[in-house]
Design a protein. Sequence first.
Length: 381
Amino acid sequence: MLKVMTVFGTRPEAIKMAPVVLELKKHADQIQTIVAVTAQHRQMLDQVLRLFDIQPDYDLDIMSRGQTLYDITTKSLNGLRQVLEKEKPDIVLVHGDTTTTFAGALAAYYQQIPVGHVEAGLRTGDIYSPFPEEMNRKLTGAIAAMHFAPTSTARQNLLKENVDVHSIYVTGNTVIDALMNTVRDNYEFDDPALQRIDFTNHRVILLTTHRRENLGEPMRHIYKALRRIIEEFPDTEIVFPVHRNPLVRKVVEEELDGVERIHLIDPLEYEPFANVMGRSAIVLTDSGGIQEEAPSLGKPVLVLRNTTERPEAVQAGTVKLIGTDKQIVYDETKRLLEDFDEYSRMSNAVNPYGDGKAAARIVAYILHRMGSDIDIPEAFQ
Ligand code: UD1
Ligand code: UDP
């Protein structure tokens, strides 16, 4: 039996690792699957665990209000040390670019356990943007023995850093696996707050913000710009599931509380969130995962950042990097609301990030590399 431990801690890691955990469990005759969560996020992680019916074997429960990068790193590292010493897995899988990801990879490295990096090879080239995610991803890549690159661009980034070509496999992004099972035309919202939104007669703008480098003034700029949009376009509504970070909530309340047609709601479960996205006209976000999901639903995305490690949809024309300047956020949103040609140009559904088979590729590759006679499926094109 091969012992595979997955380590994750935040909402996006959980969404993107859930398909991998479920796929590993399908191979219970060959693989013993162990799930360890740091719970760097608490409520937002639990929402995802519930949806995918995943019960962690280990839960470090590290989250604290106002946690620093030092808190997350040291608590995860020390907690995982004990879990790894006890379980001695054959391989540890981590995902992406959070501080849990890096600490998970480092904890495994200290015990000389090979690491598989899911969503490997994304780069902006700027170690302070996104911060600290670019560095988390690079450090994890330096430790990993297997690199599951979602796209050929990510593969190229790894090759430029002299990563062994034989350790890289282009799988597509597991977020598309998760999304494909989630968005449905006939989906009905249970939440009364979502039932009140007039998707038929209004153009709905979906907004999310949480990046550390956008905390404070950049977020204030974004909110002021969108408040002006709502006041000038009576046929629009904004749905804004507000991240639980108190630093985000404070500015949101100061700038947007009580504004008509702006719905400030708690973070949504993944299923209703994805279905709101499916019915929205425009998405404004500084999220990584949403930049990958929205293009496959044909939604124009304005990215509230100056850099992106996900250039594929920018090249395809459905995503535009606009930063956080108040005037630019206003102008670009207004343009999408007024310029029909621009709107239709950006609304093409494209799937540069995956085909829904990423988790199956990852698990087949692991089994193959660990000596099983299973074939490796063709890479994602
Ligand atoms: C983290 C990741 C970021 C990822 C994001 C996804 C790091 C350094 N950052 O950023 O890469 O894009 O998650 O959302 O790894 N909180 C709660 N409940 C929750 C979640 C968060 O109350 O379920 C609050 C806590 O007060 C916490 C704060 O939010 O201290 C910030 O959480 P943290 O994980 O440090 O940063 P994020 O901005 O969420
Ligand atoms: N998401 C969610 N509920 C919400 C907002 C986002 O389920 O209220 C999902 C979204 O579909 C995506 C992921 O969370 O899959 C993105 O998480 P986030 O933006 O927090 O992190 P990032 O991707 O930037 O690391």
